[in-house]
Design a protein around this ligand. Structure first.
Ligand code: FNR
Length: 187
């Protein structure tokens, strides 16, 4: 059986990003059955509808859309910016959603992991993101939810996850997500 391909979208461009560390850890959970790969979103120019209307879309848009379209599932790992989704991630979602009628997101199972050095675990970003995904006909895993508060306490200077509790909790979340992906495939 060939692997089920999951794309990971990270809502931070920061070198020492906690979200990137979490994404790297999840890439490492790839198996024969499920492959996890971070999809680059930092190179996408801000979405401008003229590009699509005039047939002048940047090459990076085409490449991004082509890389998302065949995926079996989509996993979003994001911090919260001002109680919402960081612009870089929202931009990628917008780029993938157009041209009108050709969204690359529709019908894919998805999941959201939000984190914060603060105590709320990126709840606001998690739910704003969920709102866009539901509109785009992505099928986000509803339970369990994944909010990771005080994330700086569980990742070291090298960007490695140092907390067994965090690793176990991410492992359980990914297990639930994989079940969800299989459920949506069968239905
Ligand atoms: C933040 N941060 C933040 N944190 C939070 O819990 N809620 C928030 O609303 C915000 N807002 C916010 C806005 C902007 C513009 C920045 C730059 C930061 C703090 C944020 O959680 C922290 O910088 C994380 O470390 C960002 O995630 P990465 O880059 O480590 O993945």
């Amino acid at each position: 059986m060939s692997a089920t391909h999951i794309g990971i979208f990270v809502g931070s461009l920061r070198k020492g990003s906690y979200s990137k560390s979490i994404a790297g850890f999840i890439e490492g959970l790839s198996s024969d059955r499920f492959s996890y790969k971070i999809i680059e979103i930092g190179n996408l120019p801000l979405y401008n509808q003229d590009y699509d209307d005039e047939g002048t879309a940047p090459e990076t848009y085409e490449k991004f859309r082509k890389s998302v379209k065949p995926l079996d599932g989509v996993l979003f790992i994001t911090p919260e910016y001002n109680r919402s989704v960081p612009a870089v991630l929202k931009n990628a979602i917008d780029v993938g959603s157009r041209p009108y009628g050709q969204s690359v997101w529709s019908g894919k199972p998805g999941a959201i992991i939000s984190s914060s050095p603060g105590i709320y675990g990126g709840f606001g970003a998690n739910h704003h993101l969920r709102q866009s995904l539901v509109f785009l006909n992505v099928l986000p895993l509803q339970q369990p939810e994944c909010y990771l508060p005080k994330i700086a306490d569980s990742i070291n200077e090298q960007g490695e996850l140092t907390s067994d509790k965090l690793k176990e909790s991410l492992g359980r979340f990914i297990e639930a997500f994989e079940k969800w992906v299989m459920t949506t495939k069968e239905s």
